[in-house]
Design a protein around this ligand. Structure first.
Ligand code: OAD
Length: 248
């Protein structure tokens, strides 16, 4: 593994025909001011117990508690903006005909920045659905919200512990990972499966693996490059180098 390659060195690996997959996690939003999960001091899971808040049984037991927590996070996200890392990924999407952004984030910041080719593996905090009739986009008037058509309990459209990932999203992410020539792992601890399997699948099939993370991750073992830098700093540098290389 090569440590801290320059943006130009990484850019030299790409061509207009590269098939690019980028897997992102909470670290990409850290510079926007959104807390990550596993940071020992500021991470969400250091302050809240995931077993109490992010699973279906707890939700059924105390929907108001779970909704209060998601509402708190949603309001916090509404006060922040996408950062240069998010915007760099939008620019990257426009440089390649085969580009896929796979995110574990539910914060909607990639979408607000303008990313279009995006696969959401863990849902999106802005959406909800009724657990009884399956209806989406229910207007929230009070917490916990109930469905205006059937009166059923409404839940956030996010994946909780013990739940399967959305089938189509995972299938396409898996296929794109197997087919890609360059796989970038950005701002994720790469500890949560099945998302964390994707870089290994890509590497197994011959893709070049690039990790961008100020810290070591388990994927670093199989990666070709590790950039120990914040995504909001490095991704814009990489995009500038890519533009020079690809657009001349
Ligand atoms: P984690 O909190 O596990 O990891 C965040 C990663 O971002 C860490 O490896 C940090 O080193 C890195 N990081 C921090 N600041 C960064 C920066 N400015 N630039 C780049 N990297 C930075 O978050 P995730 O990997 O996203 O799942 O967690 C995966 C899943 O675990 C989440 O989607 C969530 C959680 O349980 C569900 O809710 C289903």
């Amino acid at each position: 593994m090569k440590i801290n390659p320059s943006p130009e060195e990484l850019a030299s690996l790409f061509s207009p025909n590269s098939k690019v997959v980028v897997l992102t996690g909470a670290g990409v939003s850290a510079e926007s001011g959104v807390a990550t999960f596993r940071d020992k001091t500021t991470g969400l899971w250091s302050r809240f117990n995931p077993k109490e808040l992010a699973n279906f049984t707890s939700f059924l037991k105390d929907p108001k508690l779970v909704w209060d927590w998601y509402d708190f996070r949603k309001q916090a996200i509404h006060t922040v903006q996408p950062n240069p890392g998010h915007f760099a990924l939008v620019e990257m999407e426009n440089l390649f005909s085969d580009f896929t952004l796979v995110t574990q984030n539910i914060d909607n910041l990639h979408q607000r920045a303008g990313s279009a080719k995006i696969i959401e593996l863990h849902g999106n905090i802005e959406r909800n659905y009724c657990i009884k009739c399956g209806r989406f986009k229910i207007e929230i008037e009070e917490l916990p919200p109930t469905c205006e058509s059937c009166g059923g309990l409404v839940r956030p459209d996010v994946v909780w512990f013990g739940e399967n990932l959305p089938e189509d999203a995972l299938r396409i992410a898996w296929q794109k990972s197997e087919e890609c020539t360059i796989f970038m792992v950005v701002g994720t601890s790469a500890e949560v499966f099945p998302a964390a399997r994707l870089p290994y699948e890509a590497s197994k099939n011959g893709a070049t693996l690039i990790v961008i993370n100020p810290d070591e991750t388990p994927v670093s073992v199989v990666s070709d490059f590790h950039v120990f830098e914040k995504s909001g700093i490095f991704l814009p540098q990489l995009v500038n180098a890519l533009k020079k290389k690809l657009n001349g």
